[in-house]
Write a protein that binds this ligand. Structure first.
Ligand code: ZN
Length: 141
């Protein structure tokens, strides 16, 4: 947790380009994440257009992870959940900014950007979406 300040600065810079990109079939009004090449319901009749998800959803299922690969050790225990986006699709993501014991099915969450891991000293930083409770005020918006 010692690097929270620096990481917060990066989040703010990168937030403008952050999104969860999927697509939407305008024929049957179904949203897909990850994006599909062909709508499995409509096949050739489907018309897919790019769609940026709003990043709001609900915890569908979750697990508390107490043993983790080396790179993640500092974060144990952490919560991995299937989040059902408001538009319909589900994705797997870590739930952050709350106590693991407070996570529950049906909890409202929103996407946020977090550092996942860093390779070497001053090396490549990998970012990805994670989710946090919508009730939590993080202070910098
Ligand atoms: Zn379709």
């Amino acid at each position: 947790m010692a690097d929270q300040g620096g990481v917060a600065q990066v989040w703010r810079r990168i937030r403008s380009i952050y999104n969860i990109q999927g697509n939407h079939c305008t024929t049957c009004d179904t949203y897909y994440f990850p994006p599909r090449l062909v709508c499995p319901k409509c096949r050739r009749k489907g018309k897919l257009e790019d769609y940026r998800f709003k990043g709001l959803g609900t915890v569908y299922t979750f697990a508390i992870v107490r043993q983790a690969p080396q790179d993640f050790k500092r974060q144990v225990p952490y919560v991995v959940a299937q989040v059902q986006l408001d538009e319909g699709p589900r994705l797997t993501a870590q739930i952050v900014n709350c106590e693991p014991s407070s996570v529950h099915i049906g909890m409202r969450v929103r996407a946020c950007f977090r550092k996942i891991t860093e390779y070497g000293h001053g090396g490549i930083i990998v970012y990805g979406y994670k989710f946090e409770p919508t009730m939590r005020v993080t202070g910098h918006d």
